[in-house]
Design a protein around this ligand. Structure first.
Ligand code: AKG
Ligand code: FE2
Length: 328
């Protein structure tokens, strides 16, 4: 079995036989590894190139331009940040679903502080990024629909969890060059707090994914290919039938690396609960050689919760790992 597996997403909208084969392949990849590559995903190549080019151009701008969009000026946790700490060694520009109506006002739950608009560098940038966000979210929900089918759920189960719009997150990331090649991480090993994450990366390389045996595999970039990983939310809801894949990024040796993960998330008010199905048989997993940052420890029993509340704890209050030693 090649690592990671590549699926042809053209099957998703094809006739019944091709669709069934795609759904089976997707289900198996998300169950076995929680990670796969996707070709023929339907997002125009020209749009993917434009997003990567806009991201690279932004990170090449003078520090004053980045400071203007700094996340500390944002009331809803969006904008630029430069992180150089034990977990991250990168710059990023953080966007989310544009949702001016219904944003926080006194009396509303705190997690609506995450709603609102984005600090765009300029109008052309906004137009490209919003086009990409709509396309990647549509792809994400097509994949979730297929995964719901594998779990025996009715069509569009994930899309219909609430009437509010999904809280899509999109990060433009630039990894700093580390010429000494000391193998430090651009981002340390972690799982994503998402249903699924769809990643667009430039041609530099550095992403690695961990299999069930604890072995790390590189994910070499290929033109036109998107990477998809299961996040903790889907692992929790599917009672472990789908596996949140740990991943990390080794800092590039010779040139900046740009990547654009899109976190396909529920709406803020969605109630996330483990589905009424027997839990997956406990698969043996390798003892942790390296700490994996996770919001919820793997396999922990989980009660129903409101997604926005968990997201506010993570972002607004800094609870991004269950291990208190990570938070100091
Ligand atoms: O840059 C990448 O390839 C992965 C980024 C990532 O895992 C994250 O930001 O959650
Ligand atoms: Fe990630």
């Amino acid at each position: 079995m090649p690592h990671p597996v590549t699926l042809d997403a053209a099957g998703i909208a094809a006739g019944a036989t091709a669709r069934a084969a795609f759904v089976r392949g997707l289900g198996a990849a998300c169950r076995d590894e929680g990670f796969l590559l996707l070709q023929n995903h339907g997002i125009p190549a020209e749009l993917c190139r434009a997003v990567l080019a806009d991201a690279a151009a932004f990170f090449a701008r003078p520090a004053a331009d980045k400071e203007r969009l700094h996340i500390r000026h944002s009331t809803n946790h969006r904008g630029f940040s430069r992180m150089q700490n034990s977990r991250d060694w990168r710059e990023q520009l953080h966007f989310a679903a544009e949702w001016p109506e219904g944003a926080w006002s006194p009396g509303k739950p705190d997690h609506y502080r995450l709603a609102g608009g984005n600090p765009w560098p300029d109008a052309a940038f906004a137009s490209t990024l919003l086009r990409y966000m709509a396309a990647v979210q549509a792809l994400g929900f097509r994949l979730l629909d297929a995964l719901g089918e594998c779990l025996g759920l009715p069509p569009r189960h994930f899309e219909r969890l609430s009437d509010e719009p999904p809280y899509l997150l999109l990060k433009l990331i630039s990894y700093h060059v580390q010429p000494a090649r000391n193998q430090r991480n651009g981002v340390a090993a972690h799982c994503d707090w998402s249903w699924i994450t769809i990643l667009l990366q430039d041609s530099t390389g550095g992403l690695e994914v961990q299999d069930r045996n604890g072995e790390w595999w590189p994910v070499p970039p290929q033109p036109g290919i998107l990477a998809v990983n299961v996040g903790e939310l889907l692992e929790i809801q599917s009672r472990g039938h789908f596996r949140a894949a740990p991943h990390r990024v080794i800092s590039p040796a010779t040139r900046q690396r740009v990547s654009v993960p899109a976190f396909i998330n529920p709406p803020l008010d969605a109630r996330i609960a483990p589905l009424a199905m027997p839990p997956a048989p406990i698969a043996p997993h390798a003892p942790e050689k390296e700490h994996i940052h996770r919001v919820v420890p793997q396999g922990a029993a989980c009660e129903a919760f409101v997604f926005g509340e968990s997201e506010w704890r993570r972002k607004g209050l800094g609870g991004w790992c269950h291990d208190p030693r990570c938070l100091s």
